[in-house]
Every structure is written in structure tokens, then in C-alpha cells.
Design a protein around this ligand. Structure first.
Ligand code: SF4
Length: 701
């Protein structure tokens, strides 16, 4: 996987899910890696955003973990690999003996590659538990659930290239590609807008996406700046407007009757749900004039090809599955699926969040989304692995952290930072201290490392090879330089060593030569990857599903039928479920959270990148001018932001980017971490937390 010449190595940006190709050149010293553009990279053709350009900065950072650490008498001491892995193996054995295999949780990471997550979930399952999960639980678990059950696959239905070429209308709800997927936005979507496509953005916050489509004089674009947590009523207004128009003017074709008849079921259920729905009071709840929403409905229904983009503004709610289901309803009744330029498209946040799910690092599915409780599917995987897999879904990562110190006694974390990434972080910090054993495998001393018993220093994205799967299902190869920090190990080597030592049959199950060797086994148990080989992936990559060698992969899904049991797309009416916390006298504001272009999730990498950190070194909160007046807050002043779970002190930014009554902050900064405030109530099915709405109060600091 490494290059032995002085030529730059072609790899993939480690940050967002767009999957831009970059090159890296190694210098003399370990970690000395320079960024070099890759002019004809398949996704981005050499273009790069601020994060991609700065990605090499963290490789040689002085904070790198360079030796294994063992906690003794409360302090870390440097240890040999032998000592560290002895301790990991003996503690995992002890916990399994005392409490059973479900007493350990395994957290994979979308910052790591397909092969590594594949091996981690195999390790968990050989250990005897399905308690394996990854950060998709925090971002798109609800989207994956809705798409998988109603259409067939938990992924973008279309690809960035076909959307650019064919889409006439982008419906962007709760997503912010201008900031979170900058190259997708600037290279693909903006080009479509310049060519005449319309943008309807639904978001409580004005952001770089809003500004990026204010590029022409027409008034065809709209930003519907709704109240947080009112996405279902807004979409129900859109659906009812379309139904009403169709009843009066069926020839206008706002509803695609043929598509509904032949390719879907549940239309009557939707009609029934909306019979008594009152558009006027719903619009008041959304905080948007009814006629604006009706105009957006007309634009969507009359576009030749309309595509929905959905993001965490939709998924991170206790009603996340229903939010996305309503987007699916809209696409299905108008026939906007199964063609280029259409679909329901989750923009995935991390470099490999799609792949981490694809390879089965989730408690309810095995590689290729085969359900653990589907006997036939499970047995086909067991046959290749040679051991039995538990047939009940395990705990998701938030459920697991709720169980720390109770049914869960040990934790194996690869590349995640749950102490900062999970909601109600103060409680997570309390609970993690109740665990008997925590092992963290990472590149930096993250906030979670502070609670670890053993720390295993891993190599970075620039120093190893493997594959990652981007937001439009394209599997691409990453390649690393050779000059790595002496005492660090690749994640794959670490897992392989733990696996071979932990189990009697470990030599057979976990002894792999290199990432390609692991990928060969992965494709055997993962039907959607079965047709891929490292050679076939080459520099272009391949979209899944790719069932047989030679398949080109599908840039858009469901041309003929959906991948549901009966091949029909599932329409299902949904009704408004307000956030668990709504404003009251004590907490009269709504707090919502979202990410910035120049930072990345819990900031373990981006806060250590001088270029990125210079842009925004500290957290802040957006406060509407009317609220600022009422509270006597000046722009730039420190304020204390509180919720029922905690408080943080941040600088106020007085701006009408946010709505009156809504305060908006970011999750990236340890010193003022938004997740000390967020609510950990979960969507019942997908178990994703409600990061996007919590009751809050603010006062001058
Ligand atoms: Fe990296 Fe995403 Fe920026 Fe591309 S758009 S350079 S993948 S962060």
C-alpha cells in the first residue's frame, strides 16, 4: 500500500464524505508529509477546500501519540507493545469470563478505513457480541433506517455527477453542503445552479449554502428558515399542496400517477394522514408564511428532475426516521426516484462513514447490510468466518454509554471520541469512569484518552493504505507514505494482533498480510462489494452495488425496482412530533448545533491544524439581534449558555443568520463543548440522539 519511490502518493482527503483525491509527498522525517494537488482526481479534478489543503498539517504534530501508554496509579506511563497488548487481551478475557461478551462495547470510526472497521466488527462478533457501532449513529442512523426500509439501501440514491448533469431543482433540507461538502457544492451543485437549476433550502440557519446560491438576480431560489424541529409539518404542507393541486388539475402531473401505481405502496395512507391536516396552523408552527411553502411545493412538483439532499438537520431528531420518511414520500409521489438527477440523497459527513456502515460496524447488520437476525444472511457470513454470530442486535453506541458501569464493563474505542461526541457529555464523563477497562486506539490524546486504561498509538491516514467509501457510494483506495513514527502501528496490525492473541482460532481468523488481504475476505461476505478488487478500484474507484467482477457499479439506484421485499417504494404518512424539549419560562430559547467548514466533528484533528484553527480558534454562539437586545448582549461579548444538562461560556455573535428565539453553536471545541448542553433522547428506531433541539437560556457572562 505504500510507495517506495519519491513520487507523490495518490490518496483521499481524510475529512468529509465527498472523497476528494489528493497527493502526498513524504519528506525525510517521520510525519513530514507535504500536500500535492492531484489534477485529474476522479471526484474533484484537483480542486480542494481549506480542510483538504491543510490535512497534512496534523501528521507531524507534536501531540501525536508515539508510544503505548498504560495507566498506573492514575498516571500514564510509557509501555511496550507487548505489555499493552497483554493487558488488553487479559482484561477482555477477564470481562468476558465475569460478565459475558455483551459486557464490552466496540466503537469503530468513520475516520478509519473499510478494512479496519471490517476487522473490528469481526473481532467484536468473534468475542461474542453485536455491541459494535460507529459514529453514523450520531449523524445519519435515522436516514439509513428510513432509506433502507422504504427504498432498499441506506445510501445516496444518486451520484454527484448525475445530479450536476441532470438535476433541475435541489431541495436541500437540514444539510449545508456549502460548508460541510464544499467541493460537492462548488464543483457540482453550483454548476447546476449556474446552468439554471433552482435551490430550495430548508434550514433554521442561514449559512454558506444560502449564500452560495444567491448568485443570480432571479427570485427562483428560496430559503425557508423554519423553526428547529418543524420539518414534518413543513413537508406535510408541501405534500398536501401537491395533493390538492392534483385533485383540481390532474393533467398538470404534479403527482406521477403511473409511478405511484406501479412502483409504490401506501399512497392512501399518506392521503388519510393529511385529510385533517391544517396547513395554516402548521405554517405558523414552522414560522414561515404559508404561501412561501406553497411556492416551494410548486417548484418541486413542476421540476423535470428534482433531487432532495438531506442532512443532520433532519436526521438528528427523536423523530429522525419520520423526518426522512417524509422526504421519501415527497420523492415517491412525484416520481423523483430511479432516474439521473433525482432521488433522496444523504450527504455523509466523514471520509468513510458510508463504508463503516457498509462493512457491518453496526449492531444490527453484518457486512453489506445483512441483518444479524436474518438467519439465512447470518449463516452465509458464519460459513465464511467459521464461527457463530449472535442473532440479536447489540447495543448502539449511545445505548452502550447509558449502560457504562451497569451491563457494560469494558470499552474498545478505535478512533472515536465519545466523551465529546455524545450528547449530554457531562453524564458521559461521569459514566465512563464507572467502566472497569477502557482501551483507546488513536493518533492524538483525545478527550476520551483521559479516561483510558490503555492507549494504543496508531498511524494516521497519510501513513497507511486501505479503502474508503464516499458519500455517493464510490469506493476508493487510500495509499500511505512509508516513513511512519517508529513505535506507532497501523490500526489493522493492532486489531490483528489483539485478535490472534485473544482467540484459540485467532491465527486463522485475524492473521492478514495487508489491507488487500482483508478486502478479499470482505468482498466474500459483502455482496454489494463482491465485484470489486484493488486492481479494479485502481484510481477511479467503483460505485456500489458492484455484485460481480467487471460490473461498473451504479451511479443511481432503483431504475427498475426498489430493493424492498416486494420491490415497491414504501409511502407512509407521518405526523408532527415536536422536540422533547420546547421553550418554557426557565429555558425560553431553542439551542441548535451544526458544524463549520474549517473544523471537523470533535476537532481532534482540525483544532491541531494551524491553518484551520486560525480561521476559528474558539466556539461561539449566534444570537438574533432581537434576542440580543432583550438580554442586553453586545456582539463579541462572552455569554453563558445553559440547558438542563450543563453550561458553557462562549462569545456571542449577534446576527440574523439565526431566527429569533434560536441560539446556534458548534460541537468542535473542547473548552466549550456544545454537547455538554445537548439532549440524549433517542429516536425510537434508529437510536440517534436529538442534537438539533434543546431548551436553553443565555445570560451575559
Ligand atoms: Fe476534503 Fe471534503 Fe474538502 Fe474534498 S470537500 S477536500 S473531501 S474536506
Amino acid at each position: 500500500s505504500t510507495d517506495e519511490t519519491d513520487e507523490p502518493v495518490k490518496t483521499i482527503c481524510p475529512y468529509c464524505g465527498v472523497g476528494c483525491g489528493i497527493q502526498i509527498q513524504q519528506g525525510e522525517e517521520p510525519g513530514d508529509v507535504q500536500f500535492v494537488p492531484w489534477g485529474d482526481a476522479p471526484v474533484n479534478e484537483g480542486r480542494i477546500c481549506i480542510k483538504g489543503g491543510a490535512a497534512t498539517e496534523v501528521v507531524a504534530h507534536e501531540d501525536r501519540l508515539t508510544d503505548p501508554l498504560i495507566r498506573e496509579d492514575g498516571e500514564f506511563r510509557e509501555a511496550t507493545w507487548e505489555e499493552a497488548s497483554d493487558l488488553v487481551v487479559s482484561e477482555l478475557e477477564r470481562i468476558r469470563e465475569e460478565y459475558g461478551p455483551d459486557a464490552v462495547g466496540f466503537f469503530g470510526s468513520s475516520k478509519t478505513m473499510n478494512e479496519e472497521n471490517y476487522l473490528l466488527q469481526k473481532l467484536a462478533r468473534r468475542y461474542g457480541t453485536n455491541n459494535v457501532d460507529n459514529c453514523t449513529r450520531m449523524c445519519h442512523a435515522s436516514t439509513v433506517w428510513a432509506l433502507r426500509t422504504s427504498l432498499g439501501a441506506g445510501a445516496m440514491t444518486n451520484s454527484m455527477a448525475d445530479l450536476e448533469a441532470e438535476c433541475d431543482l435541489f431541495w436541500i433540507q437540514g444539510a449545508n453542503p456549502g460548508e460541510q461538502h464544499p467541493i460537492a457544492n462548488s464543483q457540482y451543485f453550483r454548476q447546476a445552479v449556474l446552468d439554471g437549476a433552482t435551490v430550495i433550502q430548508v434550514d433554521p440557519h442561514a449559512n454558506k449554502t444560502t449564500r452560495s446560491f444567491q448568485i443570480d438576480e432571479t427570485d427562483r431560489h428560496q430559503h425557508l428558515q423554519l423553526n428547529p424541529g418543524t420539518d414534518i409539518p413543513l413537508l406535510n404542507i408541501v405534500l398536501k399542496t401537491i395533493l390538492e393541486h392534483h385533485e383540481e388539475h390532474p393533467d398538470d402531473g404534479w403527482i406521477d400517477e403511473e409511478f405511484v401505481e406501479e412502483r409504490t405502496e401506501g399512497f392512501e395512507d399518506l392521503v388519510e394522514t393529511l385529510v385533517d391536516f391544517d396547513k395554516k396552523s402548521a405554517a405558523e408552527e414552522c414560522g414561515i408564511p404559508l404561501e412561501d411553502i406553497e411556492r416551494a411545493a410548486e417548484a418541486y412538483a413542476t421540476a423535470d428532475n428534482a433531487a432532495i439532499f438531506t442532512g443532520m438537520g433532519m436526521s438528528q431528531h427523536a423523530c429522525g426516521v419520520d423526518n426522512v420518511q417524509n422526504e421519501i414520500n415527497l420523492a415517491l409521489i412525484t416520481g423523483n426516484l430511479g432516474r439521473p438527477g433525482t432521488g433522496v440523497n444523504p450527504l455523509r459527513g466523514q471520509n468513510n462513514v458510508q463504508g463503516t456502515c457498509d462493512v457491518g460496524a453496526m449492531p444490527n447488520v453484518l457486512p453489506g447490510y445483512q441483518l444479524v437476525d436474518d438467519d439465512e444472511a447470518r449463516e452465509s457470513v458464519e460459513e465464511v468466518w467459521g464461527f457463530e454470530v449472535p442473532d440479536e442486535p447489540g447495543l448502539t453506541n449511545v445505548e452502550c454509554s447509558h449502560e457504562f458501569g451497569k451491563s457494560v464493563r469494558g470499552l474498545y474505542v478505535m478512533g472515536e471520541n465519545p466523551v465529546m461526541s455524545e450528547p449530554d457529555a457531562n453524564r458521559v464523563e461521569e459514566r465512563i469512569q464507572n467502566l472497569e477497562f477502557v482501551v483507546v486506539q488513536d493518533i492524538f490524546p483525545t478527550e476520551t484518552v483521559e479516561y483510558a486504561d490503555v492507549v494504543l498509538p496508531a498511524t494516521t491516514w497519510a501513513e497507511r493504505g486501505g479503502t474508503v467509501t464516499n458519500t455517493d457510494r464510490r469506493v476508493q483506495r487510500m495509499r500511505g507514505v512509508e516513513n511512519v513514527h517508529e513505535n506507532t502501528k497501523h490500526d489493522l496490525e493492532i486489531l490483528s494482533e489483539v485478535g490472534t492473541r485473544l482467540f484459540d482460532d485467532g491465527d486463522e481468523l485475524f492473521d492478514f498480510d495487508d489491507p488487500e488481504d482483508v478486502f478479499e475476505e470482505l468482498r466474500e461476505v459483502c455482496p454489494i462489494y463482491h465485484g470489486m478488487t484493488y486492481d479494479a478500484l485502481d484510481e477511479e474507484g467503483l460505485h456500489w452495488p458492484c455484485y460481480e467482477p467487471g460490473d461498473e457499479g451504479d451511479p443511481f439506484l432503483y431504475e427498475e425496482a426498489f430493493d424492498t421485499e416486494n420491490g415497491l417504494g414504501q409511502i407512509e404518512g407521518v405526523t408532527h412530533q415536536p422536540p422533547e424539549e420546547t421553550p418554557d419560562d426557565e429555558y425560553p430559547l431553542i439551542l441548535t448545533t451544526a458544524r463549520l467548514e474549517e473544523h471537523y466533528n470533535t476537532g481532534t484533528m482540525s483544532r491541531r491544524s494551524p491553518t484551520l484553527n486560525r480561521q476559528t480558534p474558539e466556539n461561539f454562539v449566534d444570537v438574533h439581534p432581537t434576542d440580543a437586545d432583550r438580554y442586553g448582549i453586545e456582539d463579541g461579548q462572552d455569554v453563558v449558555l445553559t440547558s438542563r444538562r450543563g453550561e458553557i461560556t462562549v462569545e456571542a455573535q449577534v446576527t440574523d443568520d439565526t431566527r429569533e428565539g434560536v441560539v446556534w453553536t458548534t460541537p468542535h471545541f473542547a473548552a466549550a463543548s456544545a454537547n455538554r448542553l445537548t439532549n440524549d433522547v433517542l429516536d425510537e428506531r434508529a437510536k440517534i440522539p436529538e442534537y438539533k433541539a434543546a431548551a436553553a437560556e443565555i445570560e451575559v457572562g
